[in-house]
Design a protein around this ligand. Structure first.
Ligand code: 6FA
Ligand code: ABL
Length: 779
């Protein structure tokens, strides 16, 4: 979405923003900028202006800075891209290349010739970062009447950043695509002025802050000190399925809760407004409509993915729950058993699962008319499975029955609107509670073992710190990667990870002394379902809807879901969803799921889940096929997996898998191969059904042997803060981090073993139980 930005007051976004500019001094040159560090990409943006005119027009220049890790391909300031001046820069061969652009439509912005830019001496490019300090003359007004109001106390400028490199980095006039992320912040431009002599010294490359050779007194304003934040009983970091439910239940108990979320809003209910062109004028965002799910992976404006995690992770209100396929399975007893690694005290999950079911009922027919649409794939796959002894059941009626069953797609999307996990109206219970869930990033904790508060990027409160009341607690719910990283940044975890934090110029100085580090296996024991795609064709598309020939060629594959966001689904399907939340768009792409127990040579039963969906989005296949007839079965190895991996951070503090967890155990691999062979064993019994990936010259064994591991990721990461006994685990039976008094983790990272199906149902039941356990502890 392209936002229109005026550089004056933007009250409608301002109310949703937390980050505010503050003054900082660049140690390399003494320049006192006003600005922010965007913690998502770790980029600092700053400005300082010459004095306001005592009469006549104000000067039209400023000194700016951008400091960025190399991972960002380019960064820019003041960049709505439409009707405003974009100043962008990137490194190339050890030098900074910059450009000024202006666009009036959503196309490649033209080079804008008015500004005169001079790169100042303390700019650099090193092995991890680049810094650009620049004088920008003729930069505060531009064509079309746009301007920076340099006397404003409450402007809301923007930053933008891109993970996509410009086409020709040596050329300032290069083609470049729209930024991949952007944000706004409060900026009191009126405060960010220094005296003429100080400004002129800096603008001509001089250094030294206010102690210049000038005889004039500097008029630099330090602005009012930020006020202390009000203490609360609980700070919960992260508004994903784990954090929202925990915040909801704890605030329901009357505790004063602060929920911090680093990303922006998602569904309409949470304030999100990003939507498809065909949904303009409705109250449905991209995150509300289940049928838009596949477009999460193809939208060029994918601002919802965490840009500092190398696997898919949702960084917005709802976390992964806001962007996932919403496949929803209530946990089985085995999922919470001691043999699955849970402490005995956790096996009685039923009351918590019941509470979850009452709040967020599963549905296997989300369309409001009760019908199921685009069911050809279900029909074909059930023909494949029934001869193998599979039965059709309603799985959430009996989650323990899961061998040789197939089920209709089951969603957390009651009334055909994605409810997961927003049915939990966070913090609706306690008037005393609040949420800060736009761009509020917890970075570390204040003092372990007794945590006194959470350090954040919020410059509107004193030192960015949100404090706890005496007896207060912090609950970390940042997801498997996000929670691990905040622990490392607080000195908790393996030494090699904390040492990487130590080397970071921003995070390093915030670490406690090494004598206070707490060595725990944060990041070890991670598991994710290995998944293998099988792609098929079947001609049933041409048989089922002969009365709608104009749409005939997209019935089975649904055109690979390629057009659902833009230009939109077939007009009838779009109109039907808007009118009554029924039809094809009422559910995400999958149509059928199935499970089978697989005996294994090491005596441990593994389970296989299959998910069948129209199309083969994101699967590469070389065998010729009729693309209108294509569908995919993703086969996951589920409960019983023995393989484990490790996740962590790199020197740029990006979170990533360090040791891949897929099919490390040889019996995991041979068992999944057995399951895949079972799936295709009845292929010849289904007339017209053809397996195209793997093709007919490749065996299943060869296919699995050569499968690209990076595409085995199922996005079901668990275990990085595993629950269990001291010495082996990160959190204890009450989800408290070992070695701390009042720090807890409630998210996917504490789950010891993958459940039988996609995990967010189990994670939400776990959060129900964890909230009860934490509340029951004496304070
Ligand atoms: N699970 C299912 O059960 N069914 C599905 O269909 C399904 N599909 C997908 C899927 O299609 C994708 C693309 C992904 C990524 C996941 C899927 N999953 C599915 C898995 C499921 O969504 C995850 O297992 C589940 O969301 C994990 O829940 P958690 O609460 O443990 O963690 P999240 O990552 O969801 O949320 C963490 C939140 O914390 C985010 O909102 C993040 O922005 C925030 N955060 C992180 N660090 C922070 C910090 N330092 N300060 C403030 N906020 C922070
Ligand atoms: C899940 O639980 C997985 O995490 C997702 O990977 C999966 O979606 C959804 N549920 C739905 O089954 C798949 C998409 O269908 C693919 O098109 C996409 O390439 C893949 O996720 C990316 O991991």
């Amino acid at each position: 979405m392209l936002l229109r930005l005026s550089l004056g007051v933007l009250p409608f976004v301002g109310s949703a923003l937390a980050q505010a500019a503050a003054q900082f001094t660049d140690p390399d040159n003494g320049i006192t900028f006003w600005g922010i560090t965007d913690v998502v990409h770790d980029v600092t943006y700053g400005y300082v202006f010459p004095p306001l005119a005592t009469s006549g027009s104000n000067p039209t220049e400023y000194i700016g800075t951008i400091v960025s890790p190399l991972v960002n391909q380019w960064n820019g300031s003041v960049c709505s891209m439409i009707d405003s001046l974009l100043v962008a820069a990137w490194p190339n061969n050890g030098e900074i290349v910059f450009t000024t652009r202006y666009a009036t439509t959503n196309v490649l912005p033209d080079v804008y010739p008015g500004p005169v830019i001079t790169t100042l001496p303390t700019s650099y490019v090193n092995s991890t970062h680049w810094k650009w300090v620049y004088r920008c003359q003729n930069c505060t007004t531009w064509v079309g009447g746009g301007s920076i109001d340099v006397n404003s106390q409450s402007a809301v400028p923007a930053w933008c950043s891109s993970t996509i490199a410009v086409d020709d980095p040596a050329d300032p006039g290069t083609s470049m695509v729209q930024h991949t992320d952007f944000g706004f912040y409060f900026f009191p431009f009126a405060e960010a002025h220094v005296s003429a002599s100080v400004y002129n010294n800096w603008a001509s490359g001089g250094t030294g802050g206010g102690t210049t050779t000038s005889t004039t007194t500097t008029t630099t304003s330090t602005g009012p000190a930020a006020p202390s934040a009000t203490p609360v009983d609980y700070i919960i970091v992260g508004a994903g399925p784990g954090g929202i439910i925990t915040a909801d239940r704890i605030s329901q108990a009357g505790k004063k809760v602060l929920l911090l979320e680093r990303g922006g809003p998602s569904t309409w209910e949470t304030g999100g407004r990003y939507t498809a062109p065909w949904l303009e004028g409705t109250d449905f965002t991209k995150f509300d409509v289940p049928g838009l799910f596949e477009s999460m992976f193809t939208d060029p404006n994918a601002f919802w993915w965490c840009k500092d995690i190398t696997v898919f992770a949702g960084c917005l209100v709802g976390g992964g729950g806001a962007v996932n396929g919403a496949l929803y399975w209530l946990p089985s007893d085995e999922d919470f058993s001691t043999s699955s690694g849970w402490p005995t005290q956790w096996t009685n999950h039923q009351p918590y699962t019941a509470a979850l079911k009452a709040r967020l009922p599963p549905t296997d027919a989300p369309s409001t008319d009760g019908k199921r649409y685009l069911e050809q794939v279900s029909n074909v796959v059930s023909q494949l499975l029934i001869p193998q002894g599979y039965r059709n059941v309603t799985i959430n009626d009996n989650p323990d029955d899961k061998d040789h069953i197939y089920v209709h797609m089951t969603l957390s999307a009651a009334n055909a609107v994605d409810q997961s996990p927003h049915t939990y109206k966070p913090l609706s219970h306690a008037q005393t509670s609040s949420s800060k869930w736009t761009h509020m990033c917890g970075t570390s904790f204040e003092t372990a073992p007794q945590i006194t508060g959470v350090k954040t990027n919020d410059t509107s409160v004193l030192n960015g710190i949100y404090p706890l009341n005496p007896g207060g607690r912090v609950i970390l719910s940042g997801g498997s990667y996000g929670s691990a990283r905040i622990l490392y940044r607080s000195g908790i975890g393996p030494t090699d990870m904390i040492e990487l934090v130590q080397g970071d110029p921003v995070a390093g100085p915030l670490l406690p002394p090494s004598s206070q580090w707490i060595n725990l296996p944060v990041g070890y024991n991670v598991s994710d379902n290995p998944s293998i795609n099988l792609v098929f064709t079947h001609p049933s598309a041409f048989l089922i809807f002969p009365s709608r020939p104009v749409l005939k060629n997209i019935f089975l594959s649904y055109d690979n879901w390629a057009d659902v966001f833009t230009p939109g689904p077939p007009a009838a399907d779009a109109a039907q969803y808007i009118a009554s939340q029924s039809g094809v768009m009422a559910q995400a792409s999958p149509r059928l799921n199935f499970w089978q127990a697989l005996g294994a040579t090491d005596g441990t039963t593994r389970w296989m889940q299959g998910t069948a969906r129209p199309g083969a989005a994101s699967v590469t296949t070389v065998y010729p096929y009729n693309e209108t007839q294509i569908f995919t079965i993703t086969a996951y190895l589920s409960s019983g997996i023995k393989s484990r991996g490790r996740l962590g951070i790199n020197a740029a503090l990006n979170a990533l898998p360090l040791v891949n967890p897929w099919l490390v155990d040889p019996v995991d691999k041979s068992t999944l191969i057995t399951g895949l062979k079972d799936i295709v064993s009845t292929l010849s019994l289904v007339p017209g059904l053809t397996l195209i990936t793997p093709d007919n010259t490749t065996t299943i064994d060869e296919y699995v042997d050569t499968y690209d591991p990076s595409t085995m990721d199922s996005n079901h990461w668990i275990g990085s803060n595993i629950i269990g006994p001291q010495g082996k685990a990160v959190v204890d039976v009450n989800t408290k981090v070992y070695g701390t008094n009042n720090l807890f983790v409630v998210d996917a990272s504490i789950v010891p073993t993958l459940p039988f199906g996609n995990p967010h149902g189990l994670i939400m039941s776990m959060a129900e139980q964890a909230a009860a356990k934490i509340l029951a502890l004496a304070t």
